[in-house]
Design a protein around this ligand. Structure first.
Ligand code: APR
Length: 238
């Protein structure tokens, strides 16, 4: 493992343009469950019943209960060492940006500046009809939109059946396409279109994850816990 992390440090040192892509495995050491591991969210609830745009329209009470619980659980979580190392690596000029599938906001909370929230942010609430921003409390109390009056408040996250925010996606893709190194951390690479990232860079691709994923030809694979690996990487580069 140590040799692999030293190889990762060398890849980053030799890259003029390193981009990081993270998934739910980046947040589990902050006590946020991922989705597809044995204790993951999708082994407890059917995503199509709670995290799908149809669930919003046809089963709002279930949708509201699921996202209210996830929002409330954020009160108890903080970034872990790995989030801070990524922010320090950006500050030191080793990382250009982070494209994350996570909606926790932990990368920004740890100090990362250029973060593309591809699936949105759970702490941001908007009206589904007129996009007016609202408070978390408005969502939790099922308030009506204070602009258009509709009872349609929701977290500003990408639900199954919705497209990714175009401007954020375009910026992330440009960074990945221009990168000399793409570091992928804590994702099963099951969800399109983010799982195409490894094919979009001309640079080296590094995969850091608790389990292997088939169908890709990574230049370097480090199987282990993101927080521990990033902590070790920080000792070498910072
Ligand atoms: N360190 C490294 N890897 C980890 C850790 C950890 N501490 N904890 C979990 N993992 C790995 C798991 O082994 C798994 O392969 O992270 C991966 C998480 O995969 P998923 O649960 O599928 O999460 P993710 O890939 O982010 O899902 C993508 O699917 O449901 C949608 O919108 C949701 O953004 C999410 C998207």
């Amino acid at each position: 493992m140590k040799r692999a992390i030293e190889e990762l440090a060398a890849i980053i040192k030799n890259s003029k343009n390193t981009v990081v892509m993270t998934g739910a495995g980046m947040d589990t050491e902050s006590n946020i469950p991922d989705f597809r591991s044995k204790d993951g969210w999708w082994n407890k609830v059917d995503p199509m019943k709670v995290a799908n745009i149809d669930a919003f329209y046809e089963h709002y009470p279930t949708f509201h209960e699921f996202y209210s619980a996830r929002i409330k659980s954020l009160d108890r979580v903080v970034p872990h060492k790995g989030h801070y190392v990524l922010a320090d690596l950006e500050r030191a000029g080793y990382i250009k940006s982070i494209a994350t599938q996570n909606i926790s906001g932990l990368h920004s909370q740890a100090g990362s500046k250029t973060v593309y929230e591809l699936h949105g942010n759970l702490r941001r609430i908007r009206c589904n009809e007129c996009y007016q921003e609202h408070s978390i409390d408005d969502f939790l109390t099922k308030a009506a939109c204070n602009y258009c009056g509709k009872k349609a408040l929701r977290p500003d996250v990408v639900l199954f059946g919705e497209t990714l925010p175009a401007s954020i996606w375009d910026k992330a893709i440009k960074d990945v396409e221009d990168s000399d190194a793409l570091i992928i951390i804590g994702t099963s690479l099951q969800v399109y279109p983010v799982n195409q990232f490894p094919y979009m860079t001309r640079g080296k691709v590094v995969f850091i994850n608790m389990e292997r994923v088939d169908g890709y030809n990574f230049d370097l694979e480090i199987i282990g816990k993101a927080g521990e690996i990033l902590n070790e990487l920080g000792h070498i580069l910072l």
